[in-house]
Write a protein that binds this ligand. Structure first.
Ligand SMILES: Nc1ncnc2c1ncn2[C@@H]1O[C@H](COP(=O)(O)OP(=O)(O)OP(=O)(O)O)[C@@H](O)[C@H]1O
Ligand SMILES: [Mg+2]
Length: 290
């Protein structure tokens, strides 16, 4: 078999794994440390296929490090990470190429290449993983992804420095969607956005997740995001995931950080806002009129 045929067979095998797995990400016994500082120990987590999992925890508890361990940018001291049933630990980049193509990442802060335009940024993963795709098709894919995130087509030739914070996030999202991923990692996607921009970004994320059938690993401090679009929430504290569940399930737990987080003034305000929205939706006419 030629190298290309081997890669194609590997792509097919992974596609089948994506289709048949119920669990998108499985983490077991993860340990991460930097020198003497132990960030994670005995950390377990399952992310179900098709869900939006919110990941919360105080600043510095290791949310970004957890994401980096899953996508192979951080080699853990101990533990197992599987994505769609494929073990990710100790895999060379080349070896795990077929699985790496199945995810897209929006890093904390956006991490756009400042010397490239928005369209060129979106084309980076396409160039990297599909070098045989010609420039015209590449441009068309980039333009489509840019529109998909709600950015105007005119944003394509702009440089990141010419964009607002919200537009940068959408450009980062367009790049994360470049390869039609099954799995999307978002690290603080609404941080720094005004409430209207943040709600619009949340809506877009939910819409994309539903129409594209994505699994989303969403790190956030934004209580509105947690309440409005997350199916379940994982709480990081004491170096591990101390609880995973719906917000109602988490609220039933007696952990001080969870109670403070969801039942503090901001948490209560977010709950009240969601209840109001639900009330409005319930009062809409149900005889088919729009
Ligand atoms: N490359 C690194 N070298 C040394 N220490 C690191 C490195 N990356 C992260 N850390 C440390 O690991 C801990 C967890 O960092 P991480 O970035 O995962 O936090 P976080 O939960 O994402 O916080 P935030 O909510 O502020 O983004 C921090 O104490 C951080 O200083
Ligand atoms: Mg972080």
């Amino acid at each position: 078999m030629s190298e290309e045929e081997i890669q194609e067979a590997e792509d097919r095998r992974i596609e089948e794994a994506v289709e048949t797995s119920d669990i998108a990400i499985k983490v077991r016994g993860l340990k991460n440390s930097f020198g003497d500082q132990v960030v994670h120990e005995h950390l377990d987590l399952d992310v179900r296929k098709g869900e939006i999992l919110g990941v919360v925890g105080g600043s510095g508890t290791g949310k970004s490090v957890l994401m980096r361990s899953i996508i192979g940018l951080q080699t853990p001291d101990e533990g197992e990470v599987c994505v769609f049933g494929e073990s990710m630990i100790g895999r060379l980049d080349d070896e795990a190429l077929a699985i790496r193509k199945r995810w897209g990442v929006l890093f904390q802060g956006g991490a756009l290449f400042s010397t490239l335009t928005v369209a060129e940024n979106v084309e980076v993963p396409i160039r990297e993983y599909y070098p045989n795709i010609g420039p015209q098709l590449r441009d068309e894919i980039a333009a489509y992804k840019i529109r998909l995130t709600g950015l105007p087509t005119e944003a394509g030739p702009k440089y990141p420095s010419e964009l607002s914070g919200g537009m940068k996030k959408r450009a980062g999202l367009a790049r994360a969607l470049a390869l039609d991923p099954d799995l999307l990692f978002l690290d603080e996607p609404t941080a720094g956005l005004d409430p209207i921009g943040a709600a619009a970004f949340d809506d877009q994320t939910r819409k994309l997740q539903q129409t594209l059938g994505l699994t989303v690993f969403l790190i956030t401090h934004d209580l509105d995001t947690l309440y409005s679009i997350c199916d379940r929430v994982a709480v990081l504290a004491d170096k591990k995931v101390i609880a995973v569940g719906t917000i109602a399930e988490l609220l039933a737990l007696d952990h001080p950080w969870i109670q403070e987080y969801f039942n503090g003034p901001r948490g209560r305000a977010a709950t009240a806002a969601v209840e109001r929205e639900k009330g409005k939706a319930a009062n809409k006419p149900t005889d088919g009129r729009q």
